[in-house]
Each structure stands twice: as structure tokens, then as C-alpha cells.
Design a protein around this ligand. Structure first.
Ligand code: G6P
Length: 632
């Protein structure tokens, strides 16, 4: 999804802008660009705003910038993920405003340069107003209206102009803006999309970015801007005003030191980040569970100091809100929460929940699950639930500094580490680990967990890294399956009970990165529709743990075989399902009890990964998708 970098310094900041964009590449994008105040104008190139844009990779933008000798001490940069207007150079950011046509002939230098993340809902109305005032539009984006709006309000002070312009905007935005007459100034604003401020060398230079990772190696001194904030970056000083437009003190927006991200972006021996992240799962789970000696509510205490045990006493049900892969971890947790903790649990796709009329219950624990902690729909759904009077909120999140963590009463931070591949893998399994712990903590607070059960569950959790390693060793067999799948255009995934969400996640992984159409069904539903699709060209992947539903699942497999369907079964060692004609079995370790979904998802991740490699797709940046979906 879109990424922003901005800088005000005394040195040439183009390398920092480009490096920042490269660090944001993992979010997914289809075009990129930057604009600077020209630092050393020469005869061939007049002073003022200069811009480069590209629909290729950031590396190509860098080549363009070098060829054109673009340098400057203040600037803004952007990776775009198209929403309004196709991915094309004229729609790429930064957008310029040249002022109304009445102010001069075409070919004039840009007056305002602006980058934007988010969606402006009233852009059509604003566009019509600006056109009536003589502004010509060069793109189909909603963003361009903001550039012209800032220009229309400009009267010698960029900060005032931005403040006036954002007052007219409806929707979500994080923006960074330059004006040609104020060479050492960048103004930023956020409402609904993330934006952070970085304090650089000796406090003399300052940066803006969508996340702290974009500034890795530049500064670790970060101020997290909040909803409605406006920020004014100048040489040696910065200034923040809150949504009521009153200046804020340093105590209200403190500078925090963030952890260095060293090593996160190194591929090491792997071909892709996704492969690296699949193989990092034993370590990620170990890190996530590090220090968990016992099931205690304190594990979920909030960053603001709220005690989880108090909250757990005040709730009777759980409402899980999430998107994408995080939604499937929530679906898995529903089985645990109802079975082990005996607590009624509802799981909702965040983008649906936020817009439907639901029946709120103040004795609900709202659980927002998110890798990034910045997904727009999940944040909006969380706020919607809070607005309905459900004040008990908890997030399972991989980014400790994210909006989700800041806005929830309680939190469990997974320690998956930075996840770069767009298709989520290690974030999913660490979420499951966090959700299982939450299940145990709620079971305990409701008197449903004996000491022996607690000890047995904790022992199984501690053993997970070793068990996962054994599953990863199955990779060569999965590569064999992937060679077959690479030639297919459809696939069906089956699971039952606790493993139905794992089948859903397996199908999602395959479609995301290999572009094969894949669907998942609870196996018992086969004869209510999907069986009609089964023939020799429809591989049927089945997750077959040795649980209470095994015999029922075996009957479902017979139904597939009887129609000539070819089965690919991930069978626990103790299931007695063997390979035979039309049935390919990969033997998993012995059944792992309630934690079995964490093991069974790994071969499905590897199957998607190797199928995508065999088809030659862009595994880490699949077409049309983004890592962090910060717009609705
Ligand atoms: C995007 C990503 C998915 C992710 C989903 C939710 O669609 O491509 O991998 O599962 O967003 O993201 P979150 O950061 O909230 O977990």
C-alpha cells in the first residue's frame, strides 16, 4: 500500500528518500516518485521543485534521479498503490499544483508538490470547485485535489495553507507537502492513515514516513503522530498541532527510541522473503512465547497499564475483528475459545462489521487481530465497536508502536519480526500462538483450566519450535506436489472443525501468490455443491489431523475419489491414511492436539510458495495486492 517519506536537512536527502522508498517496497506498490527543492541550480536546470516518477521499481526511479542529477536538501517521496486512476506515470505522486490557469501559461514551474496515502471521499465535489476556479487536472487521482486546494489557500505560509486545506477534506489521509517558495520546509498531516516524524542528526534535520522502518539507519528517534495532527518540519525545529489546532508540548507527543531493524531486510540464503519467513517460524514462535512461564493475565496487560485480570472478570463473550490472513487466525481461535474457555465467540470480517447493524454487548472483549496494526478496516471496526459502548478491547498485533496497540485497552505483541512478503506466514502462526495463550488465560479466569491442563498446554507450546522444524523438513515432498499444481488452474481445499480455517488460509495463500483459483470448504459441505466441480483436473488438498472428525473426513475423501478427483492429503502419522491410486499423502508428525493447526498450515504455505515459484510469479509482491492496507 502507499508509502510516504519526507525530509528537511542541510545535506542532499535524495538517497534517504530513495532508501526509505526501498524499505517501504514490501508494502506493495505499482508506481513511485519523488520531488525535491533543487539544491544547486545550474543554467540547465532552474531552481524550484523538481520531480521524477516511474511505474517501474524504486531502483528504476533511482536511475532516473541520477541521470537527471536531481538533488535537494528537502523533499518528499511516495510509493503508490492505485485506487483512483490506473497505475500510470501521470497518476503517480508527487502531484504538482501549478496554480490556476489564469496565473500564467502552461509550462510554469510547480508551486506545490504533494504526496498522499488514503482516500478522499469528497474529491469529485472538490475537483469541480477547483476546476471552476481555473485549476487544470493532470491525473485521475483523488490526491491531486489536495495539491490544488493547498495552492488555493497559500498566502506565504505553507503550514497555514495545509491547515486550511485539510479542513475541507472528508476521508482518510496522510500527506506531505512542499512549496516552491519555502525551500526548507515540509508540512505533514494525518487523519486515518499512518504517519510518523523522525528526529535526525542533532535535531537539525527531520523526517516524515509511513512507518519507522522507512527511516532505519537514518534515525531511531520517532514521534508517533496521532489522528488529526499537523506537523511543520523546518531546519532545526519541528512543530505539531493537534486536531483542535492547539500547539502540542513534547510531553504530548514524546520522542521514542525504536528498535533498530538491522538484518530484517537481508534475504540470506533464501530466494524470496516469503520463503525466509516460512522458515523463520520456529524462531518467531519461540520469540513470541519467550518469557511465558505460566498462564497469567498479566501477559495481556495494556500498554497504558490496564490490568487484564480486571477486564477478564467483566466480559462474557468475545468479538474478533480482522482482515485477510488475520481473520483466519481469528476463525481458528473461535474453536479454541468456545471449546477450551467456554466463552461465546463471534468472528467478523472488519470491513463488513463496521457497516452492519449489530447488537452490541458491553460485556464483550473486542479482539482486533492485525500483523501491521494499521489496517484501515480493522482500525475502523475497532473504533466502531468502541463507539457502540464496547470499551474492553485487546489486540494481538505484531507492531508494538502501531495505532491498534495504542488504541486498545489490552495487548499481546507477537514477535514475528518484520514481515516483508505480502502473503502473511509467520505473522499468522505467531497470532495463533498469542490467541491460544489468550484462550488459556480466559479459561483460567473462568475456572476452566486445571493446573495439570495448564502445564500440559504450556509444554506443548514450548515444544512447538521443534515440531515446526520437523514439518519444514517435508519441503522436498511438497515441491513434488507443487510441480503438479503449477499446471492447474483450480484447486479445492478441505478441512473440518479446527482445521477448516487452515484450509481457508491454504486456499488464500495459493490464490494470492500463484494466481490459481482456489476455494476452501468444510469437508462436510462437499456434497452440497463443490462436489460438482470435482474431476481429474481439480486437485483436492485435504488437511487430515487425527482428531475426533477423522472418520467423517475419510468418508468425505471417498466421495472425492468416487468422482475421479485426485487427493493431496496432509495426514497425521497416526491416521492410517496411505498413498494409493489418486491419493497422495504427506505424512505429518503425530497428532499435536489443539495446537495442530499451527503445524498443518506450514505445508500449505510451502505448497503455495513453490507453486508460485514454478509459475514464475512475483512471489513477494503479488499483482494487485499490498502488505499493509491502510485505505478502506
Ligand atoms: C493484506 C495483506 C495480508 C494481511 C491483511 C491484513 O491483505 O496482504 O497478508 O493478512 O492485509 O493485514 P493485517 O496487517 O491487519 O494483519
Amino acid at each position: 500500500m502507499c508509502g510516504i517519506v519526507g525530509a528537511v536537512s542541510r545535506r542532499n536527502i535524495v538517497p534517504i528518500l530513495v532508501q526509505g522508498l526501498q524499505r517501504l517496497e514490501y508494502r506493495g506498490y505499482d508506481s513511485c516518485g519523488l520531488a525535491v527543492h533543487a539544491a544547486s541550480p545550474d543554467a540547465a536546470r532552474p531552481a524550484g521543485l523538481q520531480r521524477a516518477r516511474s511505474t517501474a521499481r524504486v531502483a528504476e526511479l533511482l536511475a532516473q534521479v541520477q541521470t537527471e542529477h536531481i538533488e535537494g536538501a528537502s523533499g518528499i517521496a511516495h510509493t503508490r498503490w492505485a485506487t483512483h486512476g490506473a497505475p500510470a506515470v501521470h497518476n503517480a505522486h508527487p502531484h504538482f499544483s501549478y496554480g490556476p490557469l489564469a496565473d500564467g501559461a502552461d509550462g510554469r514551474p510547480g508551486r506545490v508538490a504533494l504526496v498522499h496515502n488514503g482516500i478522499i471521499e469528497n474529491h469529485e465535489e472538490l475537483r469541480a470547485q477547483l476546476q471552476a476556479r481555473g485549476y487544470a487536472f493532470a491525473s485521475q487521482t483523488d490526491t491531486e485535489v489536495i495539491a490544488h486546494l493547498v495552492d488555493s489557500h497559500y498566502d506565504g505560509d505553507l503550514f497555514q495553507a495545509v491547515q486550511a486545506a485539510v479542513g475541507a477534506l472528508r476521508g482518510a489521509y496522510a500527506i506531505a507537502v512542499l512549496h516552491k517558495d519555502e525551500p526548507h520546509r515540509v508540512v505533514g498531516a494525518r487523519a486515518g492513515s499512518p504517519l510518523i516524524l523522525g528526529v535526525g542528526q542533532d535535531g537539525a534535520e527531520h523526517f516524515l514516513a509511513s512507518d519507522a522502518m522507512a527511516l532505519a539507519g537514518v534515525t531511531d528517534q520517532i514521534v508517533y503522530l496521532e489522528e488529526g495532527d499537523l506537523v511543520d518540519l523546518q531546519l532545526g525545529r519541528y512543530w505539531i498541532v493537534g486536531k483542535d489546532r492547539a500547539p502540542l508540548t513534547p510531553a504530548q507527543r514524546p520522542v521514542r527510541t525504536v528498535q533498530a531493524f538491522s538484518g530484517a531486510a537481508e534475504l540470506g540464503p533464501y530466494r524470496h522473503y516469503m520463503q525466509k519467513e516460512i522458515f523463520e517460524q520456529p524462531r518467531a514462535i519461540a520469540d513470541t512465547l519467550e518469557g511465558v512461564q505460566a498462564v497469567v493475565p498479566e501477559l495481556f496487560d495494556g500498554p497504558g497499564g490496564t490490568a487484564a485480570w480486571r477486564v477478564f472478570k467483566e466480559i462474557d463473550r468475545v468479538l474478533i475483528l480482522a482482515c485477510g490472513t488475520s481473520y483466519y487466525s481469528g476463525c481458528t481461535a473461535k474453536y479454541w475459545l468456545e471449546d477450551i474457555a467456554g466463552i461465546p465467540t463471534q468472528v467478523e470480517v472488519a470491513s463488513e462489521y463496521r457497516y452492519r447493524t449489530s447488537v452490541p454487548d458491553p460485556r464483550t472483549l473486542v479482539v482486533a487481530i492485525s500483523q501491521s496494526g494499521e489496517t484501515a478496516d480493522t482500525l475502523a471496526a475497532l473504533r466502531h465497536a468502541q463507539g457502540l459502548g464496547m470499551r474492553h478491547t485487546l489486540t494481538i498485533c505484531n507492531v508494538a508502536t502501531s495505532a491498534m496497540v495504542r488504541e486498545c485497552e489490552l495487548a499481546y505483541i507477537t514477535r514475528a519480526g518484520v514481515e516483508i512478503g505480502v502473503a502473511s506466514t509467520k505473522a499468522f502462526t505467531t497470532q495463533l500462538a498469542g490467541l491460544f495463550l489468550l484462550t488459556l488465560a480466559l479459561a483460567q479466569s473462568r475456572g476452566r483450566l486445571t493446573e495439570d491442563e495448564e502445564a500440559a498446554h504450556l509444554q506443548a507450546m514450548r515444544h512447538l519450535p521443534v515440531a515446526l522444524q520437523a514439518v519444514l523438513a517435508l519441503e522436498p515432498q511438497i515441491i513434488g506436489w507443487a510441480e503438479v499444481f503449477a499446471r492447474m488452474e483450480n484447486a479445492l481445499f478441505l478441512g473440518r472443525g479446527l482445521h477448516y480455517p487452515i484450509a481457508l488460509e491454504g486456499a488464500l495463500k495459493l490464490k494470492e501468490i500463484s494466481y490459481i483459483h482456489a476455494e476452501a470448504y468444510p469437508a462436510g459441505e462437499l456434497k452440497h455443491g463443490p462436489l460438482a466441480l470435482v474431476d481429474a483436473s481439480m486437485p483436492v488438498v485435504t488437511v487430515a489431523p487425527n482428531d475426533a472428525l477423522l472418520e467423517k473426513l475419510k468418508s468425505n475423501l471417498q466421495e472425492v475419489r468416487a468422482r475421479g478427483g485426485v487427493l493431496y492429503v496432509l495426514a497425521d502419522a497416526d491416521t492410517r491414511i496411505d498413498s494409493s491410486e489418486g491419493i497422495h499423502v504427506i505424512r505429518m508428525p503425530e497428532h499435536y492436539g489443539a495446537l495442530s493447526p499451527i503445524l498443518h498450515v506450514l505445508p500449505l504455505q510451502l505448497l503455495a510458495y513453490h507453486t508460485a515459484c514454478a509459475r514464475g510469479t512475483d512471489v513477494d509482491k503479488p499483482r494487485n495486492l499490498a502488505k499493509s492496507v491502510t485505505v478502506e
